[in-house]
Ligand binder design. Structure first.
Ligand SMILES: Cc1cc2nc3c(=O)[nH]c(=O)nc-3n(C[C@H](O)[C@H](O)[C@H](O)COP(=O)(O)O)c2cc1C
Ligand code: SF4
Length: 422
């Protein structure tokens, strides 16, 4: 942990060094070398390397990638599918857009290696519909990869055939959730469902399916090239590798940064983001985007480490960091976040659909100055019910920001209570 380097460019190493429209430039920068190595290995060997690397998914839930791949490999059913989740609807996140626009072949190479390891013949990249530039770049890159023989029939004379199709989203946040995403590709309304079964055994068209985030796939060629053991030395024991951070809000230098896992949030804000403009003070920071927790300034020394953060019931999710200075109106922020989820809820389950409506009514009572102690108690019970009983992560995570504000800034609510119920 003591040797953690704040800036560590692995996934972003080729950004601005190559023309993203040129497969030849990617190849001349060590591109597709990991695929060539992989085609000489068995699927089990590749998966073991990824398991050794301890890579966890970068889409938010931090699930171990090697274990997911092993489950797909062992799952009964054919054909199997692989999907790259590039929906990136989480407010505050913009890392996947950069990865697609700056180094598209890194993603494609990662997907092909995983597909080969799990013996999958057909893949999709599900891209957020608003990302027109990224969609065009990815389309062009796929075509170039086909021409060079990295995709299509008999890839590099290995006897293995695989291709990738692009599917574009239609602007719904919930369609980034893996079950909603799957049914969208099947042509059905984008709604999640009960689980298990999980996509690894029953995914697209009820067949075993590997779904991973763009950034997760980008790590795969590097793991193959450096070896899982070497990769596992980067970061911390529970969070290996680097993380792309989408830094925004009241910050002097907002932008995309790649940091070694184990870096503290304070270092990201001060050393990469150059601190807060106009010498103001930080009031709070939201980690992981709208669905992530909010923490106060005195907790910024926390490190990007799954295990350490879990002890405080926190997580770094997909890596957005939104900085808010002391001018912000905390309840106004919570209302905006809740309105976003209310708008994006698919309406399938009551705890999320009705819970978000009731949350907004209760938050309004606080901002209108008519809240009572009962309103606060009701809000807390309601949010706990949403966490526990919503079908998918949208409803489960929607109250997290408000719950964390109640944990760390309770006075923001209690100061607005106008009467005590008997
Ligand atoms: C409401 C909601 C939206 C999500 N949106 C995305 C997304 O845009 N991109 C993404 O990779 N994962 C998203 N996820 C997480 C996916 O369901 C899934 O866990 C992820 O794609 C798995 O990839 P990983 O293991 O590489 O992290 C979302 C989850 C929820 C609950
Ligand atoms: S939690 Fe919300 S978004 Fe998810 S299924 Fe239920 S209503 Fe739909």
């Amino acid at each position: 942990m003591s040797n953690i380097e704040i800036t560590k460019n692995i996934l972003t190493a080729r950004f601005d060094a190559i023309n993203p429209d040129s497969i030849d430039e990617y190849i001349s920068h060590n591109g597709y070398s990991a695929l060539k190595k992989s085609l000489l290995k068995t699927g089990e060997e590749i998966i073991n390397d990824i398991k050794t690397s301890n890579l966890r998914g970068r889409g938010g839930a931090a699930f171990p990638t090697g274990i997911k791949m092993e489950a797909v490999l062992k799952a009964y059913g054919s054909p199997k599918y692989i999907i790259c989740n590039a929906d990136e609807g989480e407010p505050g996140n913009f890392k996947d857009r950069y990865l697609m626009e700056k180094d598209p072949h890194q993603i494609i190479e990662g997907i092909i290696i995983c597909a080969y390891a799990t013996d999958i013949k057909h893949g999709y990249i599900f891209i957020r519909g608003e990302y027109i530039n990224a969609i065009n770049i990815m389309r062009k890159a796929l075509e170039q990869a086909r021409v060079k023989g990295y995709l299509g029939d008999n890839i590099l004379d290995s006897g293995y055939s695989f291709d990738i199709e692009i599917y574009t989203g239609a602007g719904s946040y919930v369609c980034g959730e893996e079950f909603a995403l799957l049914v969208t590709i099947e042509g059905k309304p984008g709604r999640s469902t009960y689980k298990p079964p999980f996509p690894t055994t029953s995914g697209l068209y009820n067949k075993p399916t590997q779904i991973n985030n763009v950034e997760t796939f980008c790590n795969i060629p590097h793991i193959i090239n450096m070896g899982g053991e070497e990769f596992s030395k980067i970061g911390t024991s529970s969070s290996t590798g680097t993380k792309l951070i989408s830094l925004s809000g009241n910050i002097i230098s907002p932008g995309l940064y790649e940091v070694e896992l184990g870096t503290s949030i304070r270092d990201i804000i001060n050393k990469l983001g150059n601190g807060i403009p106009n010498n103001r003070k930080i009031k709070m920071v939201q980690i992981g985007g709208a669905s992530g927790p909010i923490i106060p300034e005195n907790m910024l020394d926390i490190k990007l480490d799954t295990k350490e953060m879990k002890k405080l019931d926190l997580c770094f999710g997909s890596g957005a960091i939104i900085v808010m200075d002391d001018r912000i109106d905390v309840l106004d922020i919570l209302k905006r976040i809740t309105e976003f989820f209310h708008h994006e809820s698919c309406g399938k389950c009551t705890p999320c659909r009705e819970g978000l409506t009731q949350m907004l009514i209760l938050l309004d009572r606080f901002t209108d100055g008519i809240a009572t102690t009962n309103d606060l108690a009701l809000l807390e019970i309601l949010m706990e019910t949403m966490n526990q009983a919503s079908i998918c992560g949208l409803g489960q995570a929607a109250p997290i920001a408000t719950q964390k504000v109640l944990e760390y800034f309770r006075e923001e609510f209690t100061n607005k209570i106008c009467s005590t119920d008997s």
